[in-house]
Design a protein around this ligand. Structure first.
Ligand SMILES: N[C@@H](CCC(=O)N[C@@H](CS)C(=O)NCC(=O)O)C(=O)O
Length: 306
């Protein structure tokens, strides 16, 4: 049985980015379907309060945010690499753009168009996530302008895809492709007619997107949230990776809290097990799963003492 457990839900675009990575790597994995809103009672003990999706679990190690999930998948399963030779570094930068400005244009277009039909419980959940009102009228008013924004950004991909290589940064697929495909997938799955309209004059980007989708999702197998929690309880966290000296002076053994810098800013408390330029891992003792280590990326996350 595969050790990879992905906590996600089918309509999650960030979940899709990881599913595509598992396809690129040709991996078998366990699929735990979580609710598309809080509460997630069998997941929260593992994350320590991080409330976003997806989350990856391997035994008693838990990875929060696609940035660290993808990095860990690539570390454990390096072949084929997420950053083929000549693509190093760029995929991470593109992931950041695609996951912020390009992704947020999708959110506004989709909810500005279908917002009136979204259940009240979902709206309340997303208000807690963002700390702001879920203002359907404002999103409706902004949707046409956001379609311009979406089209302008997709046109960068069209221009790149017209360059002649099969994938954005060369003949081999990599992180850049997974990251940039995510807002395509999100808009098409949320609002197919608008996706068709906005990409009608983008034949190269559409052909590229089809090639990325053809990578598939690897080999998922259903698992219950209860079984995943039990696996964490029975497992021991992996040994700590070597830490780097820290600009802020954090070191293994320090008590800290970690928090996303954008939305879903629930703080997660623990003891530093590892810290380096691209990762901070917190050791936590939980009533439900015993000792777990919860891993976060550094870019996009704040760390504070206490
Ligand atoms: N930076 C995060 C963003 C993840 C994110 O925004 N996920 C969405 C779903 S795709 C989410 O968590 N929505 C709220 C929820 O599902 O509770 C990542 O890269 O994983």
């Amino acid at each position: 049985m595969s050790d990879i457990i992905l906590h996600h839900y089918p309509t999650s675009p960030y979940g899709e980015m990881v599913r595509m990575a598992l396809g690129l790597k040709g991996l078998a994995w366990n699929s735990v379907i979580q609710s598309n809103m809080m509460p997630r009672p069998h997941l929260t003990p593992l994350t320590g309060g991080y409330r976003r999706i997806p989350v990856m679990q391997i035994g008693a190690d838990v990875y929060c945010d696609t940035q660290i999930i993808l990095r860990e998948i690539d570390r454990r399963f390096p072949d084929p690499p997420l950053e083929p030779a000549g693509q190093e570094g760029l995929g991470w930068a593109l992931r950041h753009w695609a996951g912020t400005t390009f992704f947020q244009a999708c959110v506004g277009i989709i909810f500005g168009t279908i917002g009136e039909h979204v259940p009240k419980a979902f709206i309340e959940d997303r208000e807690k996530l963002s700390g702001r009102p879920f203002d359907v009228a404002a999103m409706k008013a902004a949707a046409p302008m956001l379609m311009d924004q979406w089209r302008a950004q997709a046109a960068w991909i069209e221009a790149r895809a017209a360059g002649g290589s099969a994938f954005l940064l060369g003949d081999r697929p990599g992180l850049a492709d997974l990251a940039c495909a995510m807002p395509f997938w999100f808009l098409r799955s949320g609002l197919a007619p608008v996706f068709e309209q906005l990409t009608a004059a983008m034949p190269h980007a559409r052909a590229w997107f089809a090639r990325v989708e053809a990578l598939g999702h690897g080999a998922p197998q259903e698992m219950t949230p209860e079984a995943a929690l039990e696996i964490a309880r029975a497992a021991t966290p992996a040994p700590a990776l070597p830490s780097d000296p820290e600009p802020q002076g954090f070191a293994p053994g320090d008590r800290v809290t970690v928090m996303a810098d954008d939305y879903g800013r629930d703080p997660i408390a623990g003891v530093v097990q590892h810290c380096s330029a691209n990762r901070i891992a917190l050791a936590r003792d939980t009533a439900e799963a015993g000792a777990v280590v919860t891993h976060f990326p550094r870019a996009g996350f704040f760390v504070a003492r206490g």
